[in-house]
Ligand binder design. Structure first.
Ligand SMILES: Nc1ncnc2c1ncn2[C@@H]1O[C@H](COP(=O)(O)OP(=O)(O)OP(=O)(O)O)[C@@H](O)[C@H]1O
Length: 234
């Protein structure tokens, strides 16, 4: 079942001779549980697409539907709440709040909703992401890989349906990148999340179930890797 559908998505910047068609009629559906990589050259429209899919920016025209909800029909306030509850964002620069500890950063989205975190779930995520013993550290006292794992924990704490990641390992060395991606893949499998991830890194794209290539604001190729079905049918 598709968890996310974008139909005839366009995003144009400027006009006349300075018109940039950052997205030019993109149609894409992402299946529940899929790990989709978005690849393409610099300036091809990857971040624009991710921002539209996550309701961080408004398309010039077209529609984005997540779990049956049309983003363009939501008010700004409804969209903010929807994003916080159903979508986890992970960015290249981690976007952690420097004056909050790792723990406070992780639980922030739950607290913003006026709720208390599920302690058992928090423990499970922290343990899984190997952040035990780091929770009282401020971001400046964590390594890049640890900061990104805090950002992943923050994205997971609300149990979102969808994780949108923009170059999540762009600032990490290759060994740490590998580990972060493997953890992200494992956590999303464990907690049944769908991932859409922008990456420049061909090795990371290889780990995805699907590779969507964007060029000049259009989907140029879209390749899904199906696992071999080893069941014996009678
Ligand atoms: N706010 C904006 N105003 C005008 N043009 C913009 C704006 N944001 C993006 N663009 C243009 O839209 C196009 C797509 O940009 P986008 O950031 O989506 O590319 P990208 O594939 O993510 O690139 P990169 O890999 O370098 O991050 C580019 O030509 C860019 O210059």
């Amino acid at each position: 079942m598709a968890i996310l559908t974008a139909s005839h998505l366009k995003k144009y910047y400027g006009k006349d001779e300075s018109l940039v068609k950052a997205l030019d009629d993109v149609n894409v559906s992402i299946e529940e549980g899929q790990f989709a990589a978005v690849i393409g050259t610099s300036g091809s429209g990857k971040s624009t697409l991710l921002n539209m899919l996550g309701g961080l920016d408004v398309p010039t025209s077209g529609s984005v539907q997540i779990e049956g909800n049309k983003l363009e029909e939501m008010s700004e306030e409804q969209l903010t709440v929807f994003r916080r509850k159903r979508i986890g964002f992970i960015f290249q620069n981690y976007n952690l709040i420097p004056y909050l500890t790792a723990y406070e950063n992780i639980v922030l989205p739950v607290r913003l909703d006026g709720k208390k975190e599920d302690k058992k779930f928090l423990k499970e995520i922290v343990n899984f992401l190997e952040l035990d013993g780091k929770l009282s550290n401020y971001p400046s006292h964590l390594s890049g890989g640890q900061q990104q794992r805090v950002a992943i924990a923050r994205a997971l704490i609300t149990k979102p349906a969808l994780l949108l990641c923009d170059e999540p390992t762009g600032n990490l060395d290759s060994r740490t990148s590998d580990k972060v991606i493997d953890l992200l893949k494992m956590t999303s499998e464990k907690f049944h999340q769908t991932i859409v991830m922008i990456t420049h890194n061909p090795e990371i794209a290889q780990k995805a179930d699907r590779r969507i290539r964007i060029e000049d604001g259009r989907i140029q190729s879209d390749e899904t890797v199906y696992e071999t079905d080893s069941r014996v049918t009678a």
